[in-house]
Design a protein around this ligand. Sequence first.
Ligand code: 5AD
Ligand code: SF4
Length: 443
Amino acid sequence: MIKGQMPRYYIETWGCQMNEEDSEKLAGMLKKMGYTGTLKREEASVIIFNTCCVRENAELKVYGNVGALKKLKEANPDLIIAICGCMMQQKGVADEIMKKFPHVDIVFGTHNAYKFPEYLSRVKQDSVRVKEIVDKETEIVEGVPIERQSDYKAFVTIMYGCNNFCTYCVVPYVRGRERSRRPEEIEKEIKDLVEQGYKEITLLGQNVNSYGKGLEPQITFADLLKRIDRIPGLDRVRFMTSHPKDLSDDVIQAIKEGSKLCEQIHLPVQSGSTRILKKMNRSYTREAYLELVEKIKREIPGVSLTTDIIVGFPGETEEDFQDTLSLVEKVEYDSAFTFIYSRRKYTPADRMEDQIEDSVKHERFNKLIELVNNIAAKKNKEYEGKIVEVLVEGESKNDSSKLTGRTRTGKLVNFIGDSKGIGSLRMVKITKAQSFSLMGEEI
Ligand code: 5AD
Ligand code: SF4
């Protein structure tokens, strides 16, 4: 570090929005300690990798990246390297990282990230290595400082953990049981954000629809949405993720009636086959899911539906896969995250005998992506000629003469407009639809 300069931190995040929000908190704590962020690993005095273990691919990338840090540590022995997140909560992984990578200084898990400043001081003052993994979820810790990535959009976690135990998923094991934040804390955080100029918030939770369980006085997710919809100065509210078995009529009505609640629902289906859904422990059938989708479309005209789909789950036959394709055709998702089933240690699906061959998984995956993309392009085409409300986020990444932002339905729009509009809502006429974005002109 050059004398007189603020020390820098570099954080790399894998995985979902939950992890991104955790990283924003780590950044917030580092800022309080006098650090400033950098996008270059070589400039950093502290490097943090916030890891994901939902699929094997994500894990392999982490190992490769941690190994590559050895050179940086050799060039700068004062560099402090910390590895955290979901991967560290898995049995044996933290020990393995400590053993295999002596250049790693700190390892911690998802339940004790708020203690990072303490771990950092210990390493700096006592020249020790720190490994601390807490197995069981703790009380929710409020008031952790947070350094947000955007000036206009923010994530606000409303609940932690998951009780669903889908048979393929490690999340309940690494994030613990469901715990909801108190509504007053959530409201306070959002009001503070509005005061700082934030326009859009996304409420986060593994299963936001079961928000409120165990809180006194009783409150449902729909009640929370209605409370948030009344916050003055806020323009948009989104939320994710909804479990189809728990998305209530009250929530649909809240979106229909609320002025800030955006017409967009992320509703992971995972499979279109009732037989596979049962093996996945998803607690709904294909028919029930399709009925729910019909209801949502009827009640919220123009709604954008997105989803997660897994192909190659153990025992998935060609017929089951065709059921997934036909469901995708019926629902016409605006976009979908598609995944190849990945075996995860300690999950029930990993112990199922009828695992699917890689070549079959890949073939199905490619077919699914093609269908999903064709439908997404068709849905985008419907926007041509329409006038939409865009929250302007800044200059377009690929073309600085254009601005970029999103519609209420979550579509990315690159458009010609006045840069004074950055950070506000503008009306844009869509001139052309592309596969993954829309082009337009401000009116
Ligand atoms: N293999 C593939 N995809 C998975 N997901 C979760 N676990 C696995 C797994 N073992 C997907 C699900 C979930 C999304 C976040 O990740 O579709 O909704
Ligand atoms: Fe994983 Fe299922 Fe919980 Fe989602 S609902 S986090 S897929 S166990």
